[in-house]
Design a protein around this ligand. Structure first.
Ligand SMILES: Nc1ncnc2c1ncn2[C@@H]1O[C@H](COP(=O)(O)OP(=O)(O)OC[C@H]2O[C@@H]([n+]3cccc(C(=O)O)c3)[C@H](O)[C@@H]2O)[C@@H](O)[C@H]1O
Ligand SMILES: Nc1ncnc2c1ncn2[C@@H]1O[C@H](COP(=O)(O)OP(=O)(O)OP(=O)(O)O)[C@@H](O)[C@H]1O
Ligand SMILES: [Mg+2]
Length: 285
């Protein structure tokens, strides 16, 4: 069955919304966390990539609350596959928050990587997998290098924008958007990210925007994963994080066995992304 038909079949996800009191406490908890990461590192402040998406927008808001606008720096890093709307939203976020930001066009850097790739017919295959994902990952890793360029040069920490739904499914680029110093919203499922964003006053059009990694033109998270975030979050919360068996999860959520299997498969196949690179046990000491 294709990913598209999986999306059409889903229904009745679990309501994971936090109460107003829990949202207020989470807001304080995350800002205290950001402050302590920066202090413990002896850093002057923080840097993060701004994409116009909800994860980076919420993280930027909370970082400004934690550190003050003058200690947060944004990098807007467009490439040919980003929509102009998302890039102007990213700049709007930086302006509204009053943080300093730079716009860095990553296409020339990306082109240099593609040119350096040791196969000749790259150009013909760049729009089909596996090269399409490989190329998208290069764009993501270029942004990580630029984040650390700024962090090293200005004594800042790199704020990640990963959430729990992405962490558990491995829906990120290894050593790309995962290459960060901390993940302030890393314990929130995607629907809680949206909810906290609304709670702190993020503009509604950003809260409800369709999530996209923008690794290639037209990419959306939910189509690629074959599940809506609401259904994904529900299966993660009840079965992967929670105690319910596969069959109890299917009954409880009115989802298909196939959908639960898909989430478990994403979780298991991405275990390597959540672990330190392994080495063999030492033979001699
Ligand atoms: N079992 C294993 N043990 C150790 N290493 C293993 C491994 N399996 C793969 N690997 C390594 O991992 C590599 C594959 O991982 P990786 O390079 O990350 O690449 P991959 O997981 O194939 O692709 C990244 C995925 O994350 C999505 N993404 C990326 C960035 C941002 C966002 C977003 O939501 O904004 C989403 C993207 O759309 C795509 O689906 C392999 O090439 C190999 O080097
Ligand atoms: N064009 C870009 N410029 C700067 N940073 C970017 C860009 N694209 C992605 N990023 C960084 O990579 C992170 C991961 O992307 P991801 O799409 O998961 O999050 P998002 O765009 O903030 O939210 P959403 O998942 O809802 O689209 C972003 O939060 C941002 O920090
Ligand atoms: Mg995005």
């Amino acid at each position: 069955m294709s990913n598209e038909s999986l999306i059409l079949e889903e229904s009745a996800p679990l309501d994971l919304r936090l109460s107003e009191a829990e949202l207020a406490a989470t807001r304080e908890h995350v800002t205290a966390f950001v402050e302590s990461v920066v202090d413990d590192a002896g850093a002057e402040g923080a840097v993060l990539g701004l994409s116009g998406g909800i994860d980076s927008t919420l993280t930027a808001h909370l970082a400004v609350e934690a550190l003050g606008a003058d200690r947060v720096h944004g990098l807007v890093m467009p490439s040919g596959v980003n929509t102009a709307g998302n890039m102007s939203d990213a700049e709007r976020v930086a302006r509204d928050l009053g943080i300093g930001y730079d716009v860095v066009d990553i296409d020339p850097i990306f082109d240099a990587f593609v040119e350096a790739f040791p196969e000749e017919d790259t150009g013909d295959r760049i729009d089909t997998d596996p090269l399409r994902t490989a190329a998208g990952n290069v764009r993501v890793r270029i942004r990580a290098v630029l984040n650390y360029f700024v962090a090293n040069a200005e004594n800042r920490v790199v704020l990640g924008t990963g959430n729990r739904s992405e962490a558990l499914t491995g829906y990120y680029t290894k050593y790309g958007d995962q290459a960060v110093d901390c993940n302030p919203i890393g314990n929130l499922y995607k629907q809680q990210v949206r909810q906290l964003a609304a709670h702190v006053g993020v503009d509604d059009d950003l809260v409800t925007k369709t999530p996209s990694a923008e690794m290639w033109t037209g990419q959306t998270d939910e189509t690629e994963m074959g599940l809506s975030y609401d259904t994904l979050d529900a299966i993660l919360a009840l079965h992967v994080d929670g105690p319910l068996s596969k069959s109890a999860t299917v009954r409880q959520l009115d989802v298909t066995t196939e959908q639960v299997d898909r989430v478990v498969d994403l979780f298991e196949r991405s275990a390597h992304k959540r672990a330190m690179p392994p080495a063999p046990d030492p033979l001699y000491r």
